[in-house]
Design a protein around this ligand. Structure first.
Ligand code: SF4
Ligand code: SF4
Length: 403
């Protein structure tokens, strides 16, 4: 697969990640350079916002930064330390922001996040799931969505006008959070597609959770089962392009599928990649919203999908609809997590909100009152936490695009 070749330093081979003991050489490679703690130095424009790892930023203890967790892995492999509840907490407070993994896999090749995920997998095999994860995993087992809602209600908000796969240009994948919690935004995405004349279809109850949370839980085999199901269901439609609304789901198809060598015969795009060229063609139908805002890059549209990030597209779209972007110090590759990744919002909700507030302080430092993002978890963690108005970019596109 060409894409796998291009991402060779970033994608950790699946066959090497099954057993923690086999990653011992990687734990020895960590030289405590601390690249993984901080934003890339040339881009550290404001000394208040130079920490990159949100987990370490909150707990302020080496164990909660990648290099400290790697020491724990090494001690466990050397049988100098036993698993315990503190280690469980250290592992499951990681928001999966990918900062440590991106920078270290390109510099020292230690792959700290991969090590942490294999630690989780080992922990779950030996000691079971953390209690806080059990209800969500039960929901996924029973209903194939994280909220335990009926599968047949996944697309109940959809209006008429969905094409049959035979006539569709794309399959739209809303994902759990948009479908069950933020269906108003998913509906805005559907409005945009309709106004742009795109014929789309959906999988209805045949769409399962992408597997993202199962991978983060330490249940890789179960995550693969979900991912394979979705690949098969999408393939069966015969449609050649799949458009994801939720960056977590998109990343699962771009990263975990590649890691495992899973192939599919359709193109995958995030919603913003898909609509940008269509919006350019329809520029005469775009109203200028005339606002100043800052833009938060979701982790799963940046580091996790390198070297094919989706960070120019949202900025181009915002420019097209008359929104002036005032950038935060940490952006693009150095974006700071909203606190909504890694299952932290339900396992450690107060931690998610503390991290979100740190990011909101940075957003406020730009002097604007509007924060725009393109991820449902970011919308959730940011909303209600400050005086800032928070928008999903999809809502704004729908507002600006005239029928
Ligand atoms: S994990 Fe990588 S970046 Fe972090 S201290 Fe170790 S070698 Fe450096
Ligand atoms: S993935 Fe992010 S939150 Fe987790 S240890 Fe690495 S830098 Fe910290």
């Amino acid at each position: 697969m060409g894409e796998l070749k291009e991402r060779k330093y970033w994608i950790f081979p699946a066959e090497r990640r099954r057993v923690l003991d086999e990653l011992y050489d990687l734990t020895l490679l960590c030289n405590k350079c601390l690249y993984c703690r901080f934003v890339f130095a040339p881009e550290a424009s404001d000394s208040r916002f130079v920490i990159a790892c949100p987990r370490g930023d909150v707990f302020k203890h080496a164990a909660y930064y990648a290099e400290g967790t790697i020491e724990i892995a090494r001690s466990i492999i050397e049988k100098r330390l036993n698993w315990n509840k503190t280690i469980e907490q250290i592992l499951y407070t990681c928001t999966d922001c990918g900062h440590c993994e991106y920078w270290c896999s390109n510099a020292m090749r230690v792959y700290p996040l991969t090590i942490m995920e294999v630690m989780k997998e080992t922990y779950v095999k030996e000691h079971g799931l953390p209690d806080k994860w059990k209800p969500v995993i039960e929901n996924l087992e029973k209903t194939k969505n994280q909220f335990g809602r009926p599968a047949e209600e996944r697309y109940k908000w959809l209006p008429d006008g969905v094409s049959s796969p035979k006539y569709a240009d794309v399959v739209l994948v809303a994902g759990d959070v948009y479908a069950y919690k933020l269906s108003n935004i998913a509906l805005a995405a559907v409005n945009v597609l309709k106004k742009l004349g795109v014929r789309f279809t959906v999988l209805y109850e045949n769409e399962w959770h992408s597997g993202y949370l199962l991978f983060r839980a330490g249940l890789r085999d179960k995550g693969l089962e979900f991912l394979k199901h979705n690949i098969e269901a999408l393939s069966a439609t015969g449609v050649k392009k799949v458009v994801f609304l939720d960056p977590h789901d998109y990343r699962t198809f771009k990263k975990e599928a590649l890691e495992e060598g899973l192939t599919y015969d359709f193109e995958v795009q995030h919603f913003m990649e898909f609509v940008l060229p269509l919006l350019k063609k329809a520029e005469h139908r775009l109203e200028k919203l005339n606002i100043k805002a800052t833009y938060h890059d979701p982790c799963n549209l940046t580091r996790h999908i390198m070297p094919f990030p989706v960070w120019d597209q949202p900025r181009e779209i915002l420019h097209l609809i008359g929104i002036e972007v005032v950038e935060m110090p940490r952006k693009r590759l150095n974006t700071y997590c909203c606190g909504g990744g890694g299952g932290v919002p339900f396992s450690y909700p107060s931690l998610a909100k503390i991290i979100a507030n740190k990011r909101l302080e940075e957003a406020k430092s730009t002097g604007v009152e509007v924060l725009i993002t393109s991820c449902p978890s970011c919308v959730w963690t940011f909303t209600g936490e400050s005086g800032m108005r928070v928008y999903d970019i999809i809502e704004l596109i729908d507002k600006a695009l005239i029928r």
